[in-house]
Design a protein. Structure first.
Length: 128
């Protein structure tokens, strides 16, 4: 399905790959590229140690990566996948595409302040 990430597991234990179809291409916006985005257990543990409020949101982070409402440019070449959860709350999953065959989730957080992200360049322009 166009505009969705494909989640699949490979033989490596506890590593989830998200096949990300969005890629920034100059000023042209999003194009299909199929870069696998990793969310290994060690990254999830590190993420929840820094953002303890995220502990119960593992599947929501995967859903945010699978079906984001929008994707924005980050500061250092990272990308921000954003999905509305409930009552003005959003999950922001920050990830980085390292090459055409590898990427990983850096962190994720809950926020109600969407405006701080809307000031960034929108990579994938689905309305929130």
């Amino acid at each position: 399905m166009e505009g969705r990430l494909m989640i699949y597991r490979v033989s490596e234990p506890n590593i989830v790959y998200l096949c990300n179809p969005f890629k920034h291409s100059g000023g042209d916006g999003a194009i299909q590229n199929g870069i696998p985005i990793r969310l290994p257990d060690e990254r999830w543990i590190h993420l929840t140690e820094g953002h303890s409020e995220m502990a119960g949101y593992y599947s929501d982070v995967l859903e945010t990566m699978e079906d984001p409402d929008a994707i924005y440019e980050g500061i250092s070449g990272d990308l921000l996948a954003i999905k509305k959860m409930k009552k003005g709350k959003y999950i922001v999953a920050v990830y980085k595409e390292m090459s055409e065959t590898d990427g990983f989730v850096i962190t994720a957080l809950l926020t109600s302040r969407l405006r701080q992200f809307e000031r960034r360049k929108k990579i994938w322009p689905q309305q929130i």
